[in-house]
Design a protein around this ligand. Sequence first.
Ligand code: 5GP
Ligand code: MN
Length: 320
Amino acid sequence: MRKNEVKGIFNLINTSDKICIAGHKAPDGDCIGSVMALYNFLKPFNKNITVMIDGNIPYNYKAFTDESIILKNYDNEEFDLLFVLDTSDTKRLGKFEDVLKKSKKTVVIDHHKTNEGFGDINIIDNEMSSTGELLYDILKASDLDISVEVAVLIYIAILTDTGKFSYTNTTSNTHRKAAELIDLGVNVSEIDNIVYNSKPSNIVRAFIDCVSGVELYYENRLGITAITKSILDKNNADIADIDGVVEYIREIKEVEVSCVLKENDEGTKVSLRSKNNIDVSAVSVKYKGGGHAKAAGFELNENIENAKKIIIEEFKEYFV
Ligand code: 5GP
Ligand code: MN
């Protein structure tokens, strides 16, 4: 972390009045945790702060999110300072993308290796497990107090993006920072119960329907399934609330790459996970998406059946 960049950020905060904090569309734990942590950290600065996230907040993060402060639609409001967190490219801001043009200064804080740095200040570190972990370093460098509330939000960001501290992005430093957050007052099992052990039964049923549709290709090394509108309708479920299917498919012993196709109005959202050496972000970048080597995604203007064919063909070179 370069000290003068952090200084630059806090200078910008001090000289700004209207501040906006934005995260990526279809927000996950890292996005919500980081955005809400920064929001709460900045509250004592007495600024005019707006939060922008395109998409529903999943049920398990609602307890940590004040949804009343999240803007529903963008009305061309101008900001002195815009923070963009956990968002690897501007398209990922979804319906809030135009806010970039309306902000005097932009600070990008992210851990995606595919992020090319679209801000005035860019703090991008792909060695970090999560945007939350990186944000924690920045907040610590300010030498200001970190409240329990902020600590909890950062912990959630780290916990969820590391798959409970199990993915290869988890380092000894990640654990040290988690330990510091626990010292600040985070109750680990309480958070675990809210984030992971509070699934509504209809969501579990939808999850089971998605998992049971798995198809395996290339001697079981590619696992692929879909979250269709019909599964969601049948179970009265919101797509934002179905999480973990793609990780579950990866748990199959032989699976090297798992893929979940999410049906939406524009076509199909593709989620990819890799177990070992295949870099799924490289495939995603080919289709104008991005992410990490072991977790990446992109959008296709194709229906589920065509998207499936494209994915199977795309991975042929890795498996045949
Ligand atoms: P997920 O599969 O959970 O939606 O996303 C996995 C990772 O890939 C996340 O880090 C996410 O930010 C990234 N990702 C997913 N979809 C896209 C996309 O359409 N564009 C970009 N740039 N990144 C994506
Ligand atoms: Mn992240």
